[in-house]
Ligand binder design. Structure first.
Ligand code: HEM
Length: 477
């Protein structure tokens, strides 16, 4: 009896590691892929030692369900990490804030004032204007278009106007510099920094590798952007209605308290960082991966375009009402999220109090990642997991809202993305219009097999190489 009882509470399997670094050397440039390979050998609950930090990796829908649903309260805080700490002004944002009264209040404020269905629907005219501008600029181009760049610029314009009330063109950052800044910031947030795994000597390694300097530069550039945006808001208040930044500045002035924190300028900048980075990148990444998969799968491209064009009548712009009828497009987007979740390891969590997964005891202070990239490729959940096959969602009621643990692009539990509606409508609206207005061809001399699907590293994972496609205007309206 004693033996079986002890057996029940054994530690999860661990790949062998080295002294001091533990398993750090096994992460590689794309940790979600390396961890997926390791999970095939060590199973869906794996305990790694990253430096001196015990790190639990969950790689199946069943173990994700146990952590994010059954034991969410035991593991819904965030670890203290160097990159997020600096970029979030010492965790004064939402995404990296520890589980606390401040986090509850600030998340509630953002949900009510920015992410609610009503607020998101109210920015529809901005989206329409920006998508129309993109369509017009593409209609004039006879050469290949760089879709990574165009989709990022589209989301930057929408988020800057919708959330910050400013047109991006008038800011300190040129488009080119901004794109670089965003990617760099994500690398800083997602990079496995040595000081996160060994607080005593890690910072020395970060100095030598240049990570520390890059991080400081990233923080400085973003800070200049926030300062300018806040300056613009303080200047021209009378002519506009109050936007989200005005609201935060007003609350600061009134001495508002969130949780136990008095709202300061640094809190505001932390919150703006979440909106800027969370709002722009994941939607743009999804749109690019979707177009890459469609370009590789002409059958699916044709089918989704037929659906959109048949349902459109002779309207010039796909509207939100049309989108609700576009079932195949929704399946294409879900299939894109299954294979290319923008945040493949979800944001890191930290265990608050002991709990069990598959009979393994998980200790407080353990860092926890759910590998949703692995889950999307798990043959126990998906037939022919490597095939891009939107039809698999035809007779299934699996959606991406955090209740079906096979498909978790937005995470699940208390830390689930608070902007699911905003993100989904942005992706659906952008893609529907791109697919309605244009036929897409590969550049001269290129064949489907030439489209590479390599990923670039970071907290969010985008397509590494540019996706170049040639748009031809579809004239039926
Ligand atoms: C396709 C679009 C999007 C995807 C796939 C996505 C995905 C995610 C994921 C995976 C997380 C982490 C969940 C976890 O830790 O379990 C997250 C958190 C978050 N996202 Fe999104 N997101 C998207 C759009 C947005 C947008 C448009 C915004 C804001 C404008 C946003 C703001 C946030 C914030 C603030 C959090 C932190 C939540 C917390 O820790 O309490 N996201 N998102």
């Amino acid at each position: 009896f004693k033996r079986s009882k002890r057996g029940q509470h054994r530690k999860p399997p661990s790949p062998p590691g080295f002294p001091i670094i533990g398993n750090l050397h096994q992460l590689g440039e794309l940790p979600h892929q390396s961890l997926w390979k390791l999970s095939k050998e060590y199973g869906p609950v794996m305990l790694l030692k990253l430096g001196n930090v015990p790190t639990l990796i969950l790689s199946s829908s069943e173990t994700a369900r146990q952590a994010l649903r059954d034991h969410d309260l035991n593991c819904c805080t965030r670890p203290s990490l160097a990159g997020p700490r600096e970029l979030s002004y010492n965790y004064r944002d939402i995404a990296f804030s520890p589980f606390s009264d401040y986090w509850k209040d600030v998340r509630k404020l953002a949900v009510e004032e920015l992410f609610s269905t009503k607020q998101v629907n109210s920015i529809q005219p901005i989206k329409e204007e920006e998508v129309k501008k993109l369509i017009d600029s593409m209609a004039e181009s006879a050469s290949p278009v760089n879709l990574n760049k165009e989709f990022l610029a589209l989301n930057v314009s929408v988020v800057c106007r919708a959330a910050f009330g400013v047109s991006f063109d008038g800011t300190v950052l040129s488009n080119e510099k901004f794109n670089k800044l965003i990617r760099e910031a994500f690398e800083m947030l997602g990079s496995f920094s040595a000081s996160d795994f060994n607080p005593y000597v890690g910072w020395i390694i970060d100095w030598f590798t240049g990570l520390h300097g890059r991080r400081e530069r990233s923080v400085r550039d973003l800070d200049a952007f926030y300062e300018q945006m806040i300056g613009l808001h303080n200047q021209a208040k009378e002519q506009r209605s109050e936007d989200f930044v005005d609201l935060l500045l007003r609350l600061e002035k009134e001495g508002a308290v969130l949780g136990k924190d008095k709202l300061t300028r640094n809190h505001i900048k932390g919150i703006l960082m979440d909106i800027l980075l969370g709002g722009i990148d994941s939607s743009a990444i999804t749109m690019t991966w979707a177009m890459a998969e469609l370009a590789r799968n002409p059958r699916v491209m044709k089918k989704v375009q037929c659906e959109i064009r048949n349902k459109m009548g002779n309207k010039s712009m796909v509207s939100l009402d049309h989108i609700n009828k576009l079932n195949y497009l929704k399946m294409v987007i879900k299939e894109t999220w299954r294979l290319h979740p923008p945040v493949p390891l979800l944001s890191p969590r930290e265990v608050i109090s002991e709990f069990e997964i598959n009979g393994y005891k998980i200790q407080p202070k353990t860092r926890l990642h759910v590998n949703v990239w692995s889950i999307g490729r798990d043959p126990d959940s998906w037939k022919d997991p490597h095939e891009f096959l939107p039809e698999r969602f035809m007779d299934s009621n699996i959606d991406a809202k955090g209740l079906n643990f096979e498909l978790l692009p937005f995470g699940s539990g208390r830390r689930i993305c608070p902007a699911i509606y905003m993100g989904t409508t942005m992706v659906e609206f952008g893609l529907a219009n791109m697919l309605y207005h244009f036929d897409w061809k590969l550049p001269e001399g290129m064949v489907v097999e030439d489209i590479d699907m390599e990923e670039s590293p970071g907290l969010t994972v985008s397509k590494k190489s540019e996706l170049l496609l040639v748009p031809t205007k579809y004239f039926d309206h």
